[in-house]
Each structure stands twice: as structure tokens, then as C-alpha cells.
Design a protein around this ligand. Sequence first.
Ligand code: FAD
Length: 430
Amino acid sequence: FLRERNILSVRSFMLLFLSCIFNLGFPGTPSSLKTLPLDGHLCFDKIHHAARDFGNRYQFLPLAVLHPKSVSDVATTIKHIWQMGPSSELTVAARGHAHSLQGQAQAHRGVVINMESFSGMKMQVYIGKHPYVDVYGGELWINILHESLKYGLAPKSWTDYLHLTVGGTLSNAGISGQAFRHGPQISNVHQLEVVTGKGEVVNCSEKQNADLFYGVLGGLGQFGIITRARISLEPAPKMEIENLLSQLSYISSTLFVSEVSYVEFLDRVHVSEIKLRSKGLWEVPHPWLNLLVPRSKIHNFAEEVFGNILRDTSNGPVLVYPVNKSKWNNRTSVVLPDEDIFYLVAFLSSAVPSSSGTDGLEHILIQNKRILDFCEAAHLGVKQYLPHYTTQKEWRAHFGPRWEVFVQRKSAYDPLAILSPGHQIFQKAI
Ligand code: FAD
């Protein structure tokens, strides 16, 4: 019996030795990732880009970057990490175009999934009475625009900037000038394919797995990775400015008209991007602040914020979009103010690196804090859009009465808290 045991332990030792030499790793160790059967590949070096985002302030180096070539690559990787159980500290973040502001698409010592590896996979446009397009989660909105325009169609709701991925904006909401009429992008999706935190591939819609469908929309990547989406289309509008203006009441001296094509209008921020890049002003810190302000409080807000806090500085555009809550579905995960009409007020600041003046990062962060402190002290009922908090206490306050549902969904779809660690809402129990 003892001889048998010795032989076994010699065998185990040899196996361990060989696996160390070939760096295969046992199940339960990060290096076991290297043995996964994938159509794409995992990269363990050249991963520094995955520790950066548009905000340019937070950098968390992952262990590896997955470049998936199929949905099954995403599912295999997540299932493997799920099966490691709580003994492994590995987490997973989907990285769309990494236009997050505070590391939300990063995973410290985890696996970042480069969703853009899917980009270029064929989109399917369906024409008919209710046209739609089927796309991959890592597809850029600009590509969807070009593809659907070939059929005279276009999505109904946009963001101001189109070099963002479907999965990235649907994890937030996707708000721009069309949201008051059509709702945000999350109100214009029929169906999703999602890989949950257990590595299961699930189709969901209003009628099928509805809880997951609504949870994922605006869900900050917490419940699953969107690998496909079916997006509603409409006939692409032509220029109709006079017709639109005739329905509005406005002060005519404030009218500013710039005649551009539909694509030029939608892709307008990209023009600024090219200019800013050429001057080295795109890859600077972006301490943006996006707030949803209830209509009844917008005057108090404007008086203090524009009349006092921001009086003598201008570090970037400030956008204000009025939005109808009736165009939002209250089963999604997005947190909104408690009023029928509210405003998205977006302070899109760029900081000049190493400046200590009013255009420096520190100054802008102090201003942002003053705005947030004022909103809280004056009980304006403001909610952050693209929210950023660092403690669970703050997240609870952000979600308010919706916190319980959010937690229930987390325990149903990602019980080990593997997904989207960059938001710092849940921590993987190890
Ligand atoms: P990423 O930054 O890569 O990811 C964002 C979050 O979503 C992360 O938590 C990530 O893990 C998760 N995620 C990414 N892909 C998936 C997926 N497939 N499945 C599940 N989770 C995923 N927003 C608006 O609403 N309206 C605007 O007009 C607008 N304009 C913008 C203009 C600029 C110049 C920039 C930089 C941002 C703008 N945004 C706007 C914000 C933008 O919608 C968000 O930052 C969005 O997250 C960016 O998309 P992304 O593809 O880069 O996502």
C-alpha cells in the first residue's frame, strides 16, 4: 500500500513538474487559462492598453486579454473562471471601445475581453414593417449606421459620439438628442444574447428571460456580457429642418443652423476627435460629470451651478438634454430621478495635464465635487448618469429602493461577482 502511495506521489510530483515546465497550470490557477480551447486567443503580454480608458485617470493592469472570435470563446473563458470557484481571484471585464471614465472596463489582475475582436463580423439588416439589425456586442455604432443606411434605414436613438460599442452604451443607457422622442438606446432593443457570470449563453427579450433582459440594459455589465443585440431601425431621416422648427416655440435670435448631411450630423464629434488628436488634446484626463436633474429642480440647479460654481471657467462643452421618463422602461437597471421629465446635464471637461490652473485636473475635480455636494445638500433628487462610486454604501444610496433588485439579479446571474469589477459595486468573495 505504501509503495502504491509513493508511486502515486512520484507521479503527482512529475505531473506538477511537467506542468510547471510547460506552464500549463492546474485547474484553479490563472495559468490554466492557457489550456482553454478557443477560436480566438488569450494574450498575457501586450496587455497594457487594456489598463487605459478615455477618462485617462485610472489604470489597472489585467492578467490577460481575451481576443474572442466567437461567443463560445467568451462563454468558455467565463465558465472556466466560474468553475474555479471562490478560490480564484480572477474577474472579467468586457472592454468595448474603452470610453469609460474611471476604469469601468478594466479588471485588475483579471481577464479583459476585447469585444472589438468581434467587430467586422457580419451584421444582418431585416427590412419590413418593423425593421431591425442583428449585431455583435462589440460592434461600433458608426458601423451600424453605415450598414443600415445601405437599406435607407437607421437606428432610432443615438449617442453624440458613434465610436462606442453596442455593449458599452447598452450597459449604461445611450442618451442623445433623440431620447426625448424615442427613448434612450436601451428602449430600442428587441433582443439580446448574453453570457452570464456562470458562462451560460442566454437569449433574452421582453418575452423570454425578461428579468435578465431588463437587468442587463443599463446594468453596468454586472449580470452578463452582451454578445449580440437586435436593434430597432426606422427609415433614415432626410434634412427636414424647417418642418421640425415649425413645431417648436423658440427665441428666433438664438437659432443657429449648420447644413450638414445626416451622417455628418450624427458623426459630428468624430470631426472634433480628429482635430483634438492632431493637437495631442484627445488623450488627456477627462473628469466628466453627467447628471440627471429633475425638471422641478433645474432652475435651482442652474442658478447655483452656472451662476456660481462654474461662473468663470470653461473646460469643455456642457450639454443639456430634456428627457421624457415615459420613454424609459422602469424594469431596466438604470436609476432615474423621481419625476416624469428630467434633464441630462453633461459637463464634458478636458484637463490640461500638469496644469495647476482652472484647466487642471485638480481644479475640475474640486468643481465637480462642489456640484455634487450642492445637489446633495439642496436635496435636488439628482442621479448620476455613467455613475462612479467607490463604496457599496454610496452605490446603495445611488440605487435607493432599487438596490434589492440589483443585488438579487447579481446573485442570480453572477453569484461569484466575476463580472465588471471596475465599477466597484460588488467584490469577488475569495
Ligand atoms: P466601455 O467603456 O468599453 O465599457 C463600459 C462598461 O460597459 C464597462 O463596465 C464594460 O465592462 C461594460 N461593457 C462593455 N461592453 C460590454 C458588453 N458587450 N456587455 C456587457 N458589458 C459591457 N453616452 C451617452 O449616453 N450619450 C452620449 O452622447 C455619449 N457621448 C460620449 C462621447 C464620448 C466622446 C465619450 C468618450 C463617451 C460618451 N458617452 C455617451 C458615454 C458612453 O456611452 C459610455 O462611456 C460607454 O460605456 C462607452 O462605450 P464603450 O463601448 O467604450 O464601453
